[in-house]
Design a protein around this ligand. Structure first.
Ligand SMILES: Nc1ncnc2c1ncn2[C@@H]1O[C@H](COP(=O)(O)OP(=O)(O)OP(=O)(O)O)[C@@H](O)[C@H]1O
Length: 231
């Protein structure tokens, strides 16, 4: 994708703490700056609060279950006071989420801002362009159910990027892919994040993912056990 490469500001977490309503502190005063085009990694044992942290940043933390404090910002703009839909943060999960009743093109058209791509012909041309760039030329009319895992992952990323997010959150999006495909999809996702200047926060259990990400690594170890980010 060629446009959208302007730097959009760092993703900044300031003194973020998240506590479950039953009293367990998951995240304890975490501060982190993810520069535009950088992929930072959050690691830690299962159940420590990695996905919960991403939910807080994205704006869909379940407030009946968790209390949270601390600032989330893009550049100087505060996000944590905005509803999720106003944050313009893209998120990818382990299972690519595609609408099963829409074609591949239908899924991608869904993410495309109509204010920018006004005519249907323009929108369809844009969809075909990004599919071709992703090695998926001619996939417009395919049913998502007929795609391989790697193809689904790429379509899911394209749809997220077409919505022009200001930051990208990755919740183990490579977790179910086998090793060669994992490396390929990972490279695809990171290349897009870098090219678009998106600050990106990756949650993973995999040290190879963290190494490939190349940015700061935060190790969550439970209350009081957050190691400061290191390069
Ligand atoms: N909706 C919920 N209601 C109650 N507890 C929850 C809810 N969602 C998560 N939790 C609990 O919060 C804690 C953190 O969960 P979270 O999913 O953030 O962990 P994680 O580090 O991402 O784990 P994993 O690596 O296994 O995905 C866990 O103990 C989990 O059981």
């Amino acid at each position: 994708m060629s446009e959208g490469t302007a730097l959009r500001g760092a993703l900044v977490l300031e003194e973020v703490s998240i506590t479950s309503r039953v009293g367990a502190r998951l995240i304890d005063r975490l501060s982190l700056t993810v520069a535009p085009g950088t992929v930072a990694t959050v690691m830690g044992p299962s159940g420590i609060g990695k996905s919960t942290l991403l939910a807080y940043v994205a704006g869909f933390l379940d407030r009946r279950t968790f209390a949270a404090e601390g600032r989330v910002m893009i550049g100087k703009e505060r996000l944590d006071t905005l509803p999720a839909e106003a944050r313009h943060v893209g998120i990818l999960f382990q299972d690519p989420v595609l609408f099963p009743h829409l074609s591949v093109a239908g899924n991608l058209l869904f993410g495309l801002p109509r204010t920018r791509w006004r005519s249907r012909a323009q929108r369809r041309a844009r969809v075909s362009e990004v599919l071709a760039q992703a090695g998926l030329a001619g996939f417009e009319d395919r049913d998502p159910a007929t795609l391989s895992g790697g193809q689904k992952a790429r379509v899911s990323l394209l749809r997220t990027l077409l919505a022009e997010p200001r930051a990208l959150l990755l919740d183990e999006p490579f977790g179910k892919l086998d090793a060669p495909l994992r490396a390929e999809v990972r490279a695809f996702v990171f290349a897009h994040a870098r090219e678009r200047g998106l600050p990106t926060l990756l949650v993973t259990h995999d040290a190879e993912d963290a190494e490939a990400a190349g940015g700061p690594v935060v190790a969550l170890n439970g209350p009081g056990g957050v190691r400061p980010p290191c390069d």
